[in-house]
Design a protein around this ligand. Sequence first.
Ligand SMILES: CC(C)(COP(=O)(O)OP(=O)(O)OC[C@H]1O[C@@H](n2cnc3c(N)ncnc32)[C@H](O)[C@@H]1OP(=O)(O)O)[C@@H](O)C(=O)NCCC(=O)NCCS
Length: 171
Amino acid sequence: MSLDPPADARLASHPTLQQFIIEGMKPTHLDEVVAIEALSFESPWARASFERELNLGHAHPLVCLSHRQVVGYICPWLISDEVQVLRLAVAPSHRRRGAAAALLRTVLDQAFDLGAHWLYLEVEEGNHPAESLYQGLGFTVEAVRPDYYGHGRHALVMVLDLTPEWNGDEV
Ligand SMILES: CC(C)(COP(=O)(O)OP(=O)(O)OC[C@H]1O[C@@H](n2cnc3c(N)ncnc32)[C@H](O)[C@@H]1OP(=O)(O)O)[C@@H](O)C(=O)NCCC(=O)NCCS
């Protein structure tokens, strides 16, 4: 099973998202990806972590482009019949325009088409933008990992069941 992006860059499918192009992450994207990462997380991944993603067989990182500029990225792993999202971020200057939803929908569409059974991720409790995004796509909280991000900072394990009933129209 492969989660490779389409051979050609493709427009995000949502009618309001036509300004975005989703394609596979390449070494030439890394300067922009690392800059967005630094603006998005308290403990950002190092450049080497993204370089690793580019070289792992089960990692399928994607970028979201607007006018050829990287405005967001997602790092999913596909192992057996499950997809795990390790990283997702959008540049602060481009948030609330549907970029994260477009990235997630691309991963979900491909995972669904390829027969993956479920998708999961971890999000810090209280990260309301991310929680709202995932809930809007149908994710539910399956577990809480206490103190996962430090004392008093809990992780929610959120899961999406990729059954045939999922039709991808929630966002
Ligand atoms: C979370 C994040 C990826 C969302 O990216 P985004 O491109 O702004 O999200 P979208 O525009 O695709 O939002 C889709 C939906 O998610 C929800 N949402 C997104 N941001 C929100 C916010 N700040 N407040 C409330 N709901 C929000 C809304 O339902 C939104 O739909 P709407 O705009 O039609 O109301 C972005 O805020 C980010 O990079 N945050 C820092 C890194 C991070 O927390 N990553 C997730 C780690 S698990």
